[in-house]
Ligand binder design. Structure first.
Ligand SMILES: [Zn+2]
Length: 460
C-alpha cells in the first residue's frame, strides 16, 4: 500500500445558524419517537411559556463553529452519574415540579442537540489515518461516558416532566412486542481467506489430520474457511435472529487506501447465492467501499451492482465517515438507512443515543430523511491490538452495562460480527464470544430484526 499523500485541509463547514427553534424541533421529534404515544404537551424555553420549561443554558454556543462546549456538570439521575452539558444552574434542582407545570434547570434540549447532531465531529478538524473522527478527540472520551446513552437519560428527565404535567405514564417504544431490538450484522470484506489461521490453529492443537485436510482443500481450490455466509446465517438463526449482510461491491483496492472486497459482488453466481440467503430471512445491504463515504456517484454505482437484491441499507468499509460530507453523500445515493456510526476504538454510543435517529443536515438546519441505526459493538474493537485488547472473559462484563442501558430505554443493540470471526480458529473474538453475546441478548428479551424491519417499526 503506497503511503497516502497528506489529506487536504477540510473546507470550512457550511452552516446556517442553527436556531433554537430548529434545535428544539430536531430534539422533540426524536423524543416523540422514543416513547409510545407522547401526549400533546408544550415543551420549550421560557419565552414560549410552555407547560414544561427548559432553562436556556447554551448562551451563544451554537452561533459559533466551536466543537466543544464547557465541561458538563455531573448530576445523579436514575441511579447513574450523568453529565449535563449547558447546565447553567448546577446548584439548582434538576427538576422542579409544580401543579400542571415543570421546569428543567439544565438545558437538556441544547445538550441533546449537541450530542445527537454530532456537532463536535462536524466542527472539529481532528481526523485519523482513515479520515475518521477519532474517539480520542471526543467528549465521550474526555468525560468518560461512551458507554452511557446520555441523550436517553436527558429524555428520561423530559419524560418525568411530561408524566407529571399530563398525569399519564409514558412507556419506552417496544419492538415487535419486545422491550428492545437487536440488529445482528456482518460486514463481508473477505471470502477467500482464512487458510493460514485455520491450519495454524489445527497444528497448535495437535490436530494433524485436520491440518492436512485443510491443505488438501486449499490445493483443490475448495471454498476457503471464510467463505461461510450460509454458516454465519445458520449460527445467527440458532437464536431466532436474521442476519443482515453488508456486501462490498468493489474489489479494486482504493488509491492510497486499504483493500476492498476479495470477491466479485456482481458475479451472477454470487448474486444468486445472496438471493438464496435473502429468501431465507437474511437482509442484503451495501458496504460502501473505501472512499465512497465522500463520493455519492461511486456509492450509487456500487449499490446498482447489488440492485437485483434492492439493498436499503449501508455501512461504510472501515467505518469511514466524514461528518461534513457523508450525510449528504448518503442522501444523494438514496440510502434508506445507514449503520456506520460507532467508534471503531470503543463500544458504546457515538452520538450518546441508543435508538435509530435521523442525522442532522447542518447546511439546511433540519433532519435528513434517511435513518441512522448506530453501531454499538464491533468484534474488531474488542480485541484488536490498536483498540481494546480485551481478554475473552472480559468481553461480556464490559458489554453487559451497555446492553442493560439499551434494554432499559427500548433501544436497538447493533452488533457487527465479521464472517471471518465465525471461524473457530479465532478464540479471542470468534464464534464462542458471539455465542455468549447472542445468549445475553436473547435472555434480556431482544426482538431480533433486520435493518429494514427496524426502519419499518420506527417509521410506520
Ligand atoms: Zn469492511
Amino acid at each position: 500500500m503506497a503511503p497516502a499523500p497528506p489529506r487536504p485541509a477540510l473546507p470550512a463547514p457550511v452552516v446556517a445558524p442553527v436556531t433554537p427553534e430548529a434545535r428544539l424541533a430536531y430534539v422533540l421529534r426524536h423524543f416523540r419517537l422514543a416513547y409510545e404515544q407522547v401526549p400533546a404537551v408544550t415543551i420549550g424555553y421560557p419565552a414560549a411559556q410552555p407547560a414544561i420549561t427548559v432553562t436556556n443554558g447554551a448562551g451563544g454556543f451554537f452561533d459559533r463553529p466551536a466543537p466543544y462546549p464547557p465541561a458538563p456538570n455531573f448530576r445523579e439521575w436514575g441511579g447513574q452519574s450523568v453529565p449535563f452539558f449547558f447546565d447553567a444552574h448546577p446548584k439548582a434542582a434538576l427538576l422542579e415540579l409544580r401543579e400542571d407545570q415543570a421546569t428543567i434547570n439544565a438545558d437538556v434540549i441544547a445538550a441533546s442537540f449537541y450530542l445527537l447532531s454530532g456537532w463536535q465531529e462536524y466542527f472539529s478538524e481532528a481526523r485519523d489515518q482513515h479520515g475518521r473522527f477519532p474517539y480520542a478527540a471526543s467528549v465521550q472520551r474526555q468525560y468518560g461516558f461512551v458507554a452511557l446513552p446520555v441523550v436517553n437519560h436527558y429524555f428520561d428527565v423530559l419524560k418525568t416532566a411530561v408524566e407529571h404535567v399530563t398525569g399519564r405514564p409514558l412507556r419506552p417504544r417496544r419492538w415487535a412486542g419486545q422491550p428492545f431490538a437487536a440488529f445482528i450484522t456482518h460486514d463481508i470484506d473477505n471470502l477467500h481467506g482464512g487458510w493460514a489461521t485455520a491450519v495454524r490453529h489445527a497444528l497448535r492443537r495437535g490436530r494433524l489430520t485436520r491440518a492436512a485436510t485443510l491443505l488438501v482443500a486449499r490445493v483443490r481450490s475448495q471454498p476457503a474457511p471464510w467463505n461461510n455466509l450460509e454458516h454465519v446465517q445458520a449460527e445467527t438463526a440458532r437464536f431466532g435472529a436474521p442476519s443482515t449482510f453488508f456486501i462490498l461491491a468493489d474489489n479494486r483496492p482504493a488509491p492510497y487506501g486499504p483493500a476492498n472486497a476479495d470477491y466479485t459482488a456482481d458475479a451472477p453466481a454470487f448474486l444468486n447465492r445472496l438471493a438464496t440467503l435473502a429468501a431465507t430471512g437474511a437482509e442484503i445491504a451495501g458496504h460502501g467501499s473505501y472512499g465512497t463515504a465522500e463520493n455519492p456517484g461511486r456509492l450509487r454505482e456500487e449499490r446498482k451492482r447489488l440492485q437485483p437484491l434492492g439493498p436499503a441499507g449501508n455501512r461504510f468499509h472501515y467505518l469511514c465517515w466524514e461528518p461534513t460530507r457523508t450525510p449528504e453523500t448518503l442522501a444523494l445515493a438514496g440510502v434508506t438507512y445507514d449503520s456506520t456510526l460507532g467508534f471503531a476504538e470503543h463500544f458504546g454510543f457515538r452520538n450518546s443515543y441508543c435508538q435509530p435517529f435521523f442525522p442532522f443536515d447542518f447546511p439546511r438546519g433540519r433532519a435528513h430523511s434517511f435513518l441512522e441505526i448506530p453501531l454499538n459493538v464491533m468484534d474488531v474493537t474488542l480485541h484488536h491490538p490498536s483498540y481494546l485488547r480485551l481478554r475473552p472473559e472480559e468481553i461480556m462484563p464490559a458489554l453487559r452495562p451497555v446492553l442493560a442501558e439499551i434494554a432499559r430505554f427500548g433501544g436497538v443493540a447493533t452488533v457487527l460480527w465479521h464472517n471471518a470471526n465465525f471461524d473457530p480458529a479465532n478464540e479471542a473474538t470468534g464464534p464462542r464470544q458471539f455465542d455468549e453475546l447472542m445468549r445475553e441478548l436473547r435472555q434480556r428479551g431482544a426482538a431480533f430484526l433486520t435493518g429494514t424491519q427496524i426502519v419499518r417499526h420506527l417509521c410506520e
